[in-house]
Design a protein around this ligand. Structure first.
Ligand code: ADP
Ligand code: MG
Length: 511
């Protein structure tokens, strides 16, 4: 058992650490809006309250070799997903298999098709990616295996920086004073907040220098957000980093539901996206910005598209000149189906699908080691084999079944897989993938959630961020952009922090 809890930790010490951690969190914006179960609307009708983000009391021990392994493949992953995003034919084939059973994917594709008919105004795309891993243990030792690759709204980069700073602060000031005298922790700082902002800033500059020379309006970045977002401070940290650029980059937040109300496309072939400040005075000339970069922190799931107008809004942005993070194609590149197809093992009969992108180039080889077994649920031989495993009451225990959805709470685990499959028509099964469960070594820690401590078995998931800007020919910017460690109780299957299951954590690197 890997324990990150110092031996002999007393109740008094716990209590003291809670006071220190919650104050640090409030003072440094390691915060979320409280869940309604903690602070009801009646108590806080104006929505002014914030509470500390759920966080581990100690940084979790994490194998240094695994941390370095995950970091070392990030730039190759950025490049790989830029190449996948550019390959419309490849994505189109995968989408074709899904359109009949998945309205959401079908609608995304339709938006892309409409824009393509008219022609995209330019070829630039921005990716703020996050590749997620768990440590897998087998005979060959410890290595990271990829859980998923996020291409839209990759979150927690703002809070991850603050979490690493909290743990470094505690390691410098508090842990050495415990009875256990914990010293010499190696907690790397995560520079995700500044580096993700730098990715956006790079696209902003590119827009200014190549797409918008001599423009008549000031330029801005638009964050497209969800109404009632509770994880808002995570996003604010990125905004503040952009505002802190020299010269400052103007950033505005616009709810997805208000895109059509507050933006329009300029007349003429350049199709600039014009954002009018909602608080413009009626008697004065409205304040208008030309939007250089659209950064989606919404739009990744069906819930953001309650009506046909929502799809019009997405189309409206997609056809504009703003650099999209992500474009529809890049969003589709993040489908779990893409991950499954890329991870399909080399059988020796035909070249593996990933070779279409990796082209045998040596820089992609280490990345292939992070794939785990993922199977289609279609009617191919591999798919039929997967169906057999998924419906078998014993074999299903090693798997997780995933739909083409983002944002947590959509997966089915172990013995719930056969039951769930019974409830959906068999000709819809192909919209799922079946993935082998990654089983990290058992570990323990203490989670501070809503001011209370939860102690016990934990499972941690490492995310490595990457930023990438590319056009149809090549990648123009490619950076690794910091890390996130998310930890959940080992009884919880899902990992979303804001969803109330997981919590923020940092790596305490151990050899
Ligand atoms: P989402 O898009 O909803 O975030 P994920 O693929 O990341 O979907 O799955 C959600 C959570 O389920 C992960 O954060 C992880 O905790 C768990 N999970 C997913 N795949 C696996 C796997 N292969 N092995 C173990 N746990 C997994
Ligand atoms: Mg995930």
């Amino acid at each position: 058992m890997v324990s990150s809890i110092p031996s002999g930790l007393s109740q008094d010490e716990r209590h003291h650490l809670v006071q220190v951690a919650k104050d640090w969190a409030a003072a440094n914006g390691l915060a979320i809006r409280p869940p309604p179960t903690v602070v009801s609307q009646e108590v806080d009708p104006e929505g002014v309250l914030a509470i500390h983000a759920p966080v581990t009391l100690f940084p979790s021990r994490f194998p240094r070799s695994c941390f370095e392994q995950a970091r070392s493949v990030q730039k190759a992953y950025n490049e790989l997903y830029a190449r996948v995003s550019r390959d419309e034919e490849f994505l189109g084939q995968l989408v074709k298999e899904l359109v009949d059973v998945d309205d959401f994917v079908a609608n995304l594709w339709r938006v892309h098709q409409r824009v393509k008919e008219e022609g995209y105004v330019h070829e630039l795309s921005l990716g703020l990616f996050r590749s997620d891993y768990m440590v897998h243990e087998d005979e060959s030792g410890l290595q990271v295996k990829q859980v998923e690759f996020n291409t839209i709204a990759s979150s927690f980069g703002g809070l991850a920086t603050q979490t690493s700073l909290l743990h470094r602060f505690l390691a410098a000031t508090e842990y050495p004073r415990l009875q256990a005298r914990v010293k010499d922790l190696d907690v790397p700082k995560s520079d995700s907040a500044t580096l993700l902002a730098r990715g956006i800033a790079t696209a902003f500059e590119k827009y200014n220098t190549t797409l918008s020379r001599g423009a008549e309006r000031p330029r801005c970045v638009l964050f497209i957000v969800q109404d009632g977002e509770r994880n808002i401070f995570d996003q604010r940290h990125l905004e503040y980093n952009l505002s802190g650029e020299d010269p400052p980059i103007p950033v505005y937040r616009l709810p997805f539901s208000e895109i059509l109300q507050h933006t329009r496309i300029a007349e003429g072939p350049r199709r600039e996206l014009i954002y009018t400040l909602p608080w413009s005075l009626e008697w004065a000339k409205p304040t208008e910005y030309e939007v250089a970069v659209v950064y989606y922190r919404s739009g990744y799931g069906p819930g953001d598209y309650p009506s046909p107008e929502s799809w019009e809004a997405r189309y409206h942005v997609e056809r504009s000149a703003a650099i999209k993070c992500p474009t529809i194609l890049t969003q589709l590149a993040g489908m779990k189906k893409v991950q499954q197809v890329l991870a399909t093992p080399d059988t020796g009969d035909a070249p593996p699908v990933h070779a279409r992108f990796t082209q045998g180039q040596p820089e992609f080889k280490p990345l292939l080691d992070t794939f785990t077994n993922i199977y289609p649920m279609d009617t191919s031989p591999a798919g039929l084999e997967a169906r057999r495993k998924a419906t078998d009451p014993e074999l299903c225990k090693s798997f997780v079944l995933k739909p083409q959805r983002e944002g947590g709470g959509n997966n089915f685990y172990r013995t719930s897989i056969p039951e769930y499959l019974k409830t959906i028509p068999e000709d819809h099964w192909n919209s799922y993938i079946l993935m082998e469960l990654i089983t990290p070594p058992p570990a323990t820690n203490i989670i501070l959630r809503n001011g209370k401590l939860e102690e016990g078995g934990i499972i941690s998931e490492l995310g490595i961020y990457g930023t990438c800007l590319w056009n149809n020919e090549k990648v123009l910017h490619n950076e690794e952009a910091g890390y996130l460690l998310r930890t959940k109780g080992d009884k919880s299957e899902e990992g979303g922090v804001a969803a109330g299951y997981g919590c923020m954590d940092s790596c305490n690197l151990v050899d």
